[in-house]
Ligand binder design. Structure first.
Ligand SMILES: Nc1nc2c(ncn2[C@@H]2O[C@H](COP(=O)(O)OP(=O)(O)OP(=O)(O)O)[C@@H](O)[C@H]2O)c(=O)[nH]1
Ligand SMILES: [Mg+2]
Length: 427
Protein backbone atom coordinates (compact mmCIF):
# COMPACT_ATOMS: atom_id res chain seq x y z
CA UNK A 1 0.00 0.00 0.00
CA UNK A 2 1.41 3.38 -1.01
CA UNK A 3 0.19 6.18 1.20
CA UNK A 4 0.85 9.88 0.70
CA UNK A 5 -0.29 12.99 2.47
CA UNK A 6 -0.64 16.38 0.75
CA UNK A 7 -1.20 19.87 2.04
CA UNK A 8 -3.01 21.84 -0.60
CA UNK A 9 -5.30 24.82 -1.05
CA UNK A 10 -8.19 22.89 -2.49
CA UNK A 11 -9.31 19.42 -3.48
CA UNK A 12 -8.68 20.01 -7.20
CA UNK A 13 -5.05 20.70 -6.44
CA UNK A 14 -4.85 17.49 -4.39
CA UNK A 15 -6.43 15.44 -7.14
CA UNK A 16 -3.87 16.62 -9.66
CA UNK A 17 -0.99 15.75 -7.33
CA UNK A 18 -2.39 12.35 -6.39
CA UNK A 19 -2.92 11.42 -9.99
CA UNK A 20 0.62 12.43 -10.84
CA UNK A 21 2.21 10.63 -7.87
CA UNK A 22 0.07 7.55 -7.38
CA UNK A 23 -1.77 7.26 -10.64
CA UNK A 24 -5.47 7.23 -11.56
CA UNK A 25 -6.29 4.18 -9.37
CA UNK A 26 -5.36 5.97 -6.12
CA UNK A 27 -8.09 6.70 -3.62
CA UNK A 28 -8.50 9.43 -1.03
CA UNK A 29 -8.67 7.95 2.45
CA UNK A 30 -9.08 11.13 4.46
CA UNK A 31 -9.32 14.92 4.20
CA UNK A 32 -9.16 17.53 6.93
CA UNK A 33 -8.44 21.23 7.40
CA UNK A 34 -5.24 22.13 9.25
CA UNK A 35 -3.52 25.32 10.32
CA UNK A 36 -0.17 25.88 8.71
CA UNK A 37 2.37 28.60 9.43
CA UNK A 38 4.28 30.37 12.19
CA UNK A 39 1.49 31.60 14.43
CA UNK A 40 1.46 30.69 18.13
CA UNK A 41 0.28 27.08 18.35
CA UNK A 42 -0.60 27.41 14.69
CA UNK A 43 -3.48 29.70 15.67
CA UNK A 44 -2.70 32.44 13.21
CA UNK A 45 -1.41 30.25 10.40
CA UNK A 46 -3.11 29.73 7.08
CA UNK A 47 -5.77 27.01 6.90
CA UNK A 48 -4.96 24.38 4.28
CA UNK A 49 -6.49 21.11 3.24
CA UNK A 50 -4.64 17.93 4.23
CA UNK A 51 -5.49 15.05 1.95
CA UNK A 52 -4.28 11.49 2.43
CA UNK A 53 -4.36 9.24 -0.60
CA UNK A 54 -3.50 5.57 -0.99
CA UNK A 55 -2.74 3.16 -3.76
CA UNK A 56 -2.93 -0.58 -3.29
CA UNK A 57 0.30 -2.24 -4.49
CA UNK A 58 -1.68 -4.97 -6.16
CA UNK A 59 -3.53 -2.38 -8.13
CA UNK A 60 -0.31 -0.66 -8.95
CA UNK A 61 1.07 -3.87 -10.43
CA UNK A 62 -2.24 -4.85 -12.01
CA UNK A 63 -3.83 -1.57 -13.08
CA UNK A 64 -6.70 -3.21 -14.96
CA UNK A 65 -8.18 -4.59 -11.73
CA UNK A 66 -11.35 -2.88 -10.57
CA UNK A 67 -10.95 -1.21 -7.16
CA UNK A 68 -13.26 -2.31 -4.32
CA UNK A 69 -16.64 -0.56 -4.50
CA UNK A 70 -15.97 2.00 -1.78
CA UNK A 71 -12.61 2.99 -3.15
CA UNK A 72 -13.99 3.13 -6.64
CA UNK A 73 -16.83 5.31 -5.45
CA UNK A 74 -14.41 7.61 -3.67
CA UNK A 75 -12.25 7.84 -6.74
CA UNK A 76 -15.22 8.74 -8.89
CA UNK A 77 -16.55 11.15 -6.30
CA UNK A 78 -13.28 13.02 -6.18
CA UNK A 79 -12.82 12.68 -9.95
CA UNK A 80 -9.18 11.58 -9.74
CA UNK A 81 -9.24 10.03 -13.16
CA UNK A 82 -10.45 13.24 -14.76
CA UNK A 83 -7.74 15.52 -13.46
CA UNK A 84 -4.83 16.96 -15.37
CA UNK A 85 -1.30 16.19 -14.18
CA UNK A 86 0.51 18.97 -12.26
CA UNK A 87 3.90 19.20 -10.53
CA UNK A 88 3.78 17.85 -6.93
CA UNK A 89 5.20 20.86 -5.11
CA UNK A 90 3.09 20.71 -1.90
CA UNK A 91 3.72 17.12 -0.87
CA UNK A 92 4.20 16.59 2.85
CA UNK A 93 6.26 13.42 3.27
CA UNK A 94 4.20 10.95 5.21
CA UNK A 95 4.93 7.27 4.76
CA UNK A 96 5.34 5.37 1.62
CA UNK A 97 5.15 1.69 2.33
CA UNK A 98 4.64 -1.40 0.40
CA UNK A 99 3.65 -3.53 3.41
CA UNK A 100 0.28 -5.22 3.34
CA UNK A 101 -0.21 -4.15 6.90
CA UNK A 102 -3.42 -2.14 6.94
CA UNK A 103 -2.07 -0.12 9.91
CA UNK A 104 -0.90 2.51 7.50
CA UNK A 105 -4.47 2.99 6.29
CA UNK A 106 -5.99 2.89 9.76
CA UNK A 107 -3.61 5.36 11.40
CA UNK A 108 -4.77 8.55 9.68
CA UNK A 109 -8.39 7.50 10.15
CA UNK A 110 -7.74 6.97 13.86
CA UNK A 111 -6.25 10.44 14.00
CA UNK A 112 -9.30 11.89 12.30
CA UNK A 113 -11.58 10.10 14.76
CA UNK A 114 -9.54 11.48 17.67
CA UNK A 115 -9.89 15.00 16.30
CA UNK A 116 -13.60 14.48 15.83
CA UNK A 117 -13.89 13.41 19.47
CA UNK A 118 -12.05 16.54 20.56
CA UNK A 119 -14.40 18.69 18.45
CA UNK A 120 -17.44 17.01 19.99
CA UNK A 121 -16.06 17.62 23.49
CA UNK A 122 -15.57 21.25 22.56
CA UNK A 123 -19.15 21.50 21.26
CA UNK A 124 -20.41 19.83 24.45
CA UNK A 125 -18.69 22.46 26.57
CA UNK A 126 -20.13 25.26 24.41
CA UNK A 127 -23.61 23.73 24.48
CA UNK A 128 -23.42 23.41 28.24
CA UNK A 129 -22.65 27.14 28.51
CA UNK A 130 -25.48 27.95 26.10
CA UNK A 131 -27.74 25.68 28.15
CA UNK A 132 -26.92 27.66 31.27
CA UNK A 133 -27.82 30.84 29.50
CA UNK A 134 -31.17 29.43 28.37
CA UNK A 135 -31.88 28.08 31.85
CA UNK A 136 -31.09 31.49 33.37
CA UNK A 137 -33.41 33.15 30.87
CA UNK A 138 -36.15 30.65 31.69
CA UNK A 139 -35.61 31.19 35.42
CA UNK A 140 -35.93 34.94 34.88
CA UNK A 141 -39.15 34.51 32.90
CA UNK A 142 -40.50 32.12 35.50
CA UNK A 143 -39.78 34.72 38.17
CA UNK A 144 -41.66 37.33 36.16
CA UNK A 145 -44.62 35.01 35.70
CA UNK A 146 -44.69 34.30 39.41
CA UNK A 147 -44.70 38.05 40.02
CA UNK A 148 -47.58 38.54 37.57
CA UNK A 149 -49.52 35.72 39.20
CA UNK A 150 -49.00 37.34 42.56
CA UNK A 151 -50.32 40.63 41.17
CA UNK A 152 -53.36 38.88 39.73
CA UNK A 153 -54.11 37.20 43.02
CA UNK A 154 -53.65 40.41 44.98
CA UNK A 155 -55.90 42.24 42.51
CA UNK A 156 -58.60 39.68 43.00
CA UNK A 157 -58.25 40.20 46.74
CA UNK A 158 -59.26 43.80 46.05
CA UNK A 159 -62.59 42.48 44.85
CA UNK A 160 -63.53 41.52 48.38
CA UNK A 161 -66.59 43.74 48.01
CA UNK A 162 -67.54 41.53 45.09
CA UNK A 163 -68.97 38.32 46.48
CA UNK A 164 -69.36 36.03 43.53
CA UNK A 165 -69.85 32.32 43.16
CA UNK A 166 -66.72 30.66 41.78
CA UNK A 167 -67.90 30.31 38.17
CA UNK A 168 -68.91 33.93 37.92
CA UNK A 169 -65.65 35.05 39.52
CA UNK A 170 -63.66 33.06 36.93
CA UNK A 171 -65.63 34.62 34.07
CA UNK A 172 -65.34 38.07 35.64
CA UNK A 173 -61.55 37.66 35.65
CA UNK A 174 -61.57 36.28 32.12
CA UNK A 175 -63.50 39.27 30.77
CA UNK A 176 -61.21 41.67 32.61
CA UNK A 177 -58.10 40.00 31.24
CA UNK A 178 -59.73 40.15 27.82
CA UNK A 179 -59.69 43.92 28.16
CA UNK A 180 -63.26 44.58 29.27
CA UNK A 181 -63.28 47.51 31.63
CA UNK A 182 -63.75 46.42 35.24
CA UNK A 183 -66.87 48.49 35.85
CA UNK A 184 -68.53 46.91 32.77
CA UNK A 185 -67.43 43.41 33.76
CA UNK A 186 -68.81 43.99 37.26
CA UNK A 187 -72.13 45.17 35.92
CA UNK A 188 -72.45 42.08 33.75
CA UNK A 189 -71.62 39.53 36.45
CA UNK A 190 -73.78 41.19 39.10
CA UNK A 191 -76.71 41.26 36.71
CA UNK A 192 -76.08 37.60 35.88
CA UNK A 193 -75.89 36.69 39.58
CA UNK A 194 -79.33 38.19 40.12
CA UNK A 195 -80.83 36.21 37.26
CA UNK A 196 -79.22 32.77 37.50
CA UNK A 197 -80.51 30.23 40.03
CA UNK A 198 -78.22 28.84 42.75
CA UNK A 199 -78.24 25.49 41.04
CA UNK A 200 -77.39 26.83 37.57
CA UNK A 201 -74.58 28.92 38.99
CA UNK A 202 -72.77 25.66 39.72
CA UNK A 203 -72.74 24.86 36.00
CA UNK A 204 -69.82 26.70 34.36
CA UNK A 205 -71.03 26.24 30.76
CA UNK A 206 -74.49 27.49 31.67
CA UNK A 207 -73.08 30.61 33.32
CA UNK A 208 -70.77 31.27 30.39
CA UNK A 209 -73.59 30.99 27.84
CA UNK A 210 -75.77 33.22 30.03
CA UNK A 211 -73.08 35.92 30.03
CA UNK A 212 -72.60 35.50 26.28
CA UNK A 213 -76.31 36.17 25.72
CA UNK A 214 -76.12 39.27 27.90
CA UNK A 215 -73.12 40.58 25.98
CA UNK A 216 -74.86 39.88 22.67
CA UNK A 217 -77.68 42.16 23.80
CA UNK A 218 -75.20 44.92 24.61
CA UNK A 219 -73.33 44.94 21.30
CA UNK A 220 -74.90 46.06 18.03
CA UNK A 221 -73.95 44.99 14.54
CA UNK A 222 -75.08 46.07 11.06
CA UNK A 223 -74.49 43.05 8.85
CA UNK A 224 -71.81 44.89 6.88
CA UNK A 225 -73.43 47.59 4.76
CA UNK A 226 -76.62 45.58 4.23
CA UNK A 227 -78.43 47.75 6.77
CA UNK A 228 -78.26 50.71 4.36
CA UNK A 229 -81.71 50.93 2.92
CA UNK A 230 -81.13 53.28 0.01
CA UNK A 231 -80.96 51.62 -3.39
CA UNK A 232 -77.54 53.17 -3.86
CA UNK A 233 -75.22 52.55 -0.92
CA UNK A 234 -72.60 55.29 -0.43
CA UNK A 235 -70.08 54.50 2.30
CA UNK A 236 -67.13 56.58 3.41
CA UNK A 237 -64.24 55.30 5.48
CA UNK A 238 -62.83 57.83 7.88
CA UNK A 239 -60.42 57.56 10.77
CA UNK A 240 -56.91 58.13 12.04
CA UNK A 241 -53.79 57.43 10.00
CA UNK A 242 -52.65 53.93 9.15
CA UNK A 243 -55.54 51.99 10.66
CA UNK A 244 -56.41 50.27 7.37
CA UNK A 245 -59.00 52.55 5.70
CA UNK A 246 -57.73 52.06 2.15
CA UNK A 247 -57.24 48.31 2.55
CA UNK A 248 -60.72 48.00 4.06
CA UNK A 249 -62.22 50.11 1.22
CA UNK A 250 -60.75 47.64 -1.28
CA UNK A 251 -62.01 44.67 0.75
CA UNK A 252 -65.57 46.08 0.93
CA UNK A 253 -65.55 46.73 -2.85
CA UNK A 254 -64.49 43.12 -3.44
CA UNK A 255 -67.14 41.79 -1.05
CA UNK A 256 -69.87 43.76 -2.85
CA UNK A 257 -68.73 42.58 -6.28
CA UNK A 258 -68.00 38.94 -5.46
CA UNK A 259 -70.77 38.21 -2.98
CA UNK A 260 -73.59 40.48 -4.14
CA UNK A 261 -72.62 40.96 -7.81
CA UNK A 262 -73.11 44.69 -7.41
CA UNK A 263 -71.73 47.46 -9.59
CA UNK A 264 -69.15 49.29 -7.49
CA UNK A 265 -67.16 52.53 -7.85
CA UNK A 266 -64.34 53.94 -5.75
CA UNK A 267 -63.66 57.56 -4.84
CA UNK A 268 -60.77 58.94 -2.84
CA UNK A 269 -60.51 62.34 -1.22
CA UNK A 270 -56.87 61.65 -0.37
CA UNK A 271 -55.34 63.93 -3.00
CA UNK A 272 -52.38 65.17 -0.98
CA UNK A 273 -50.35 62.01 -0.93
CA UNK A 274 -49.32 60.58 -4.28
CA UNK A 275 -48.40 57.21 -2.75
CA UNK A 276 -51.85 56.88 -1.17
CA UNK A 277 -53.58 57.62 -4.49
CA UNK A 278 -51.32 55.11 -6.23
CA UNK A 279 -52.14 52.49 -3.58
CA UNK A 280 -55.86 52.89 -4.26
CA UNK A 281 -55.33 53.04 -8.02
CA UNK A 282 -53.55 49.68 -7.81
CA UNK A 283 -56.44 48.17 -5.83
CA UNK A 284 -59.01 49.66 -8.24
CA UNK A 285 -57.17 48.05 -11.14
CA UNK A 286 -57.03 44.63 -9.47
CA UNK A 287 -60.68 44.71 -8.40
CA UNK A 288 -61.61 46.26 -11.74
CA UNK A 289 -63.63 49.23 -10.51
CA UNK A 290 -63.53 52.88 -11.67
CA UNK A 291 -61.69 55.35 -9.41
CA UNK A 292 -62.27 59.08 -9.03
CA UNK A 293 -59.90 61.38 -7.17
CA UNK A 294 -61.54 64.42 -5.59
CA UNK A 295 -60.33 67.18 -3.30
CA UNK A 296 -63.45 68.88 -1.90
CA UNK A 297 -67.17 68.58 -1.38
CA UNK A 298 -68.08 70.04 -4.76
CA UNK A 299 -65.88 67.53 -6.57
CA UNK A 300 -67.18 64.71 -4.39
CA UNK A 301 -70.79 65.56 -5.22
CA UNK A 302 -69.90 65.67 -8.90
CA UNK A 303 -68.18 62.27 -8.73
CA UNK A 304 -71.11 60.72 -6.85
CA UNK A 305 -73.50 62.06 -9.51
CA UNK A 306 -71.35 60.53 -12.24
CA UNK A 307 -71.85 57.12 -10.64
CA UNK A 308 -75.64 57.41 -10.50
CA UNK A 309 -76.10 53.98 -12.08
CA UNK A 310 -73.78 52.24 -9.63
CA UNK A 311 -75.12 50.14 -6.74
CA UNK A 312 -72.32 50.95 -4.31
CA UNK A 313 -69.86 53.83 -4.00
CA UNK A 314 -67.00 53.42 -1.54
CA UNK A 315 -65.18 56.60 -0.51
CA UNK A 316 -61.68 56.38 0.94
CA UNK A 317 -60.21 59.31 2.86
CA UNK A 318 -56.73 60.35 3.92
CA UNK A 319 -55.69 59.53 7.45
CA UNK A 320 -56.55 62.37 9.78
CA UNK A 321 -55.15 62.98 13.23
CA UNK A 322 -57.96 63.64 15.68
CA UNK A 323 -55.76 66.35 17.18
CA UNK A 324 -55.26 68.22 13.93
CA UNK A 325 -58.08 70.75 13.99
CA UNK A 326 -57.56 71.92 10.40
CA UNK A 327 -57.74 68.38 9.02
CA UNK A 328 -60.75 67.59 11.17
CA UNK A 329 -62.48 70.77 9.96
CA UNK A 330 -61.87 69.85 6.30
CA UNK A 331 -63.16 66.33 6.86
CA UNK A 332 -66.23 67.60 8.68
CA UNK A 333 -66.90 70.01 5.85
CA UNK A 334 -67.19 67.05 3.47
CA UNK A 335 -68.75 64.33 5.59
CA UNK A 336 -70.96 66.18 8.07
CA UNK A 337 -74.01 65.04 6.25
CA UNK A 338 -76.81 62.85 7.46
CA UNK A 339 -78.76 60.40 5.39
CA UNK A 340 -77.06 60.13 2.03
CA UNK A 341 -73.58 59.08 3.23
CA UNK A 342 -72.94 56.16 5.54
CA UNK A 343 -69.83 57.16 7.51
CA UNK A 344 -67.78 54.25 8.82
CA UNK A 345 -65.19 55.03 11.47
CA UNK A 346 -62.20 52.72 11.07
CA UNK A 347 -60.42 51.82 14.31
CA UNK A 348 -57.58 49.44 14.92
CA UNK A 349 -58.10 46.73 17.55
CA UNK A 350 -54.48 47.33 18.53
CA UNK A 351 -55.10 50.94 19.64
CA UNK A 352 -55.36 51.37 23.38
CA UNK A 353 -58.74 52.19 24.90
CA UNK A 354 -57.98 55.76 25.93
CA UNK A 355 -56.84 56.67 22.39
CA UNK A 356 -59.82 54.94 20.81
CA UNK A 357 -62.09 56.97 23.08
CA UNK A 358 -60.44 60.24 22.08
CA UNK A 359 -60.55 59.32 18.38
CA UNK A 360 -64.24 58.42 18.54
CA UNK A 361 -65.13 61.59 20.43
CA UNK A 362 -63.34 63.77 17.86
CA UNK A 363 -64.61 61.94 14.78
CA UNK A 364 -67.99 61.77 16.48
CA UNK A 365 -68.45 65.42 15.60
CA UNK A 366 -69.52 63.94 12.26
CA UNK A 367 -72.37 61.46 12.05
CA UNK A 368 -70.90 57.97 12.53
CA UNK A 369 -73.06 55.14 11.25
CA UNK A 370 -70.87 52.17 12.11
CA UNK A 371 -67.42 51.09 13.25
CA UNK A 372 -64.92 48.77 11.56
CA UNK A 373 -62.33 47.20 13.82
CA UNK A 374 -59.19 46.32 11.89
CA UNK A 375 -56.06 44.32 12.68
CA UNK A 376 -57.74 41.76 14.93
CA UNK A 377 -54.93 39.44 13.92
CA UNK A 378 -52.45 41.73 15.63
CA UNK A 379 -54.36 42.00 18.89
CA UNK A 380 -54.88 39.53 21.70
CA UNK A 381 -57.31 41.52 23.79
CA UNK A 382 -60.71 42.30 22.34
CA UNK A 383 -62.49 43.75 25.36
CA UNK A 384 -61.89 47.22 23.92
CA UNK A 385 -64.47 46.46 21.20
CA UNK A 386 -67.07 45.96 23.97
CA UNK A 387 -65.88 48.96 25.94
CA UNK A 388 -66.37 51.01 22.80
CA UNK A 389 -69.77 49.50 22.05
CA UNK A 390 -70.97 50.12 25.61
CA UNK A 391 -69.55 53.63 25.80
CA UNK A 392 -70.52 54.97 22.35
CA UNK A 393 -73.39 52.64 21.42
CA UNK A 394 -72.19 52.50 17.81
CA UNK A 395 -72.82 49.34 15.83
CA UNK A 396 -69.91 47.34 14.40
CA UNK A 397 -70.08 46.58 10.67
CA UNK A 398 -66.91 44.65 9.78
CA UNK A 399 -63.85 43.11 11.35
CA UNK A 400 -60.61 42.76 9.44
CA UNK A 401 -58.07 40.11 10.21
CA UNK A 402 -55.05 40.62 7.98
CA UNK A 403 -53.46 42.41 5.07
CA UNK A 404 -54.82 40.23 2.28
CA UNK A 405 -57.33 41.79 -0.08
CA UNK A 406 -60.07 40.63 -0.45
CA UNK A 407 -59.86 37.68 1.98
CA UNK A 408 -59.16 39.21 5.37
CA UNK A 409 -62.51 40.80 6.16
CA UNK A 410 -65.61 39.40 7.84
CA UNK A 411 -69.03 40.66 8.80
CA UNK A 412 -69.10 41.61 12.44
CA UNK A 413 -71.57 39.25 14.09
CA UNK A 414 -72.58 39.29 17.74
CA UNK A 415 -71.56 35.64 18.10
CA UNK A 416 -68.08 36.28 16.77
CA UNK A 417 -67.57 39.35 18.97
CA UNK A 418 -68.70 37.55 22.11
CA UNK A 419 -66.53 34.60 21.19
CA UNK A 420 -63.51 36.89 21.03
CA UNK A 421 -64.10 37.83 24.65
CA UNK A 422 -65.35 34.58 26.18
CA UNK A 423 -63.74 31.97 23.89
CA UNK A 424 -66.93 29.96 23.63
CA UNK A 425 -66.02 28.11 20.44
CA UNK A 426 -62.71 27.01 21.95
CA UNK A 427 -64.20 25.70 25.21
N1 LIG B 1 -52.32 42.89 10.18
C1 LIG B 1 -53.20 43.65 9.55
N2 LIG B 1 -52.76 44.66 8.81
C2 LIG B 1 -53.69 45.43 8.19
C3 LIG B 1 -55.06 45.18 8.30
N3 LIG B 1 -55.71 46.12 7.56
C4 LIG B 1 -54.75 46.90 7.02
N4 LIG B 1 -53.53 46.49 7.39
C5 LIG B 1 -52.23 47.04 7.05
O1 LIG B 1 -52.08 48.31 7.68
C6 LIG B 1 -51.27 49.14 6.88
C7 LIG B 1 -51.99 50.45 6.62
O2 LIG B 1 -53.15 50.16 5.84
P1 LIG B 1 -53.87 51.26 4.95
O3 LIG B 1 -55.08 50.64 4.37
O4 LIG B 1 -52.92 51.93 4.02
O5 LIG B 1 -54.25 52.25 6.12
P2 LIG B 1 -54.91 53.70 5.95
O6 LIG B 1 -55.78 53.89 7.13
O7 LIG B 1 -55.52 53.83 4.60
O8 LIG B 1 -53.62 54.59 6.06
P3 LIG B 1 -53.54 56.17 5.72
O9 LIG B 1 -54.27 56.40 4.44
O10 LIG B 1 -52.07 56.39 5.61
O11 LIG B 1 -54.13 56.89 6.87
C8 LIG B 1 -50.99 48.37 5.58
O12 LIG B 1 -49.74 47.76 5.73
C9 LIG B 1 -52.07 47.32 5.57
O13 LIG B 1 -51.70 46.17 4.86
C10 LIG B 1 -55.49 44.07 9.12
O14 LIG B 1 -56.66 43.76 9.30
N5 LIG B 1 -54.51 43.35 9.73
MG1 LIG C 1 -55.20 55.20 3.09
Amino acid sequence: MDLKRYRVNNIQEALQLIKKDLGPEAVIVSTRQVKEGKGTFGLFGKTVLEVTAALDQEQKSAPAKTPPPTQAAAAVAYGIKDQETQPSSNVVPFRSTSTKDSQSLILPIQKDVQELKESIDEIKIKTATYGDHVINQLKHELGEMRHMLHMIVSQSVHHDDLHLPENLMILFQQMKFGGLEEKFARRVVLEAQKNISEEDLQNFSYVKIFLARMLMKIIKTTNGIENIEQSQKIVSLIGPTGVGKTTTAAKICSEQILQYKRKVALITVDTMRIAAVEQLRAYAKVINVPLSIVSDKVELDRAISSYADYDVIVIDTGGCSQRDETQMFELRDIFDERGRLHNILVLSATTKDSDTNEITRKFGSMPLDSIVFTKLDESSSYGSIFNHAIRFKKPVSYLTTGQNVPEDIELATKERLVDLLLHISGS
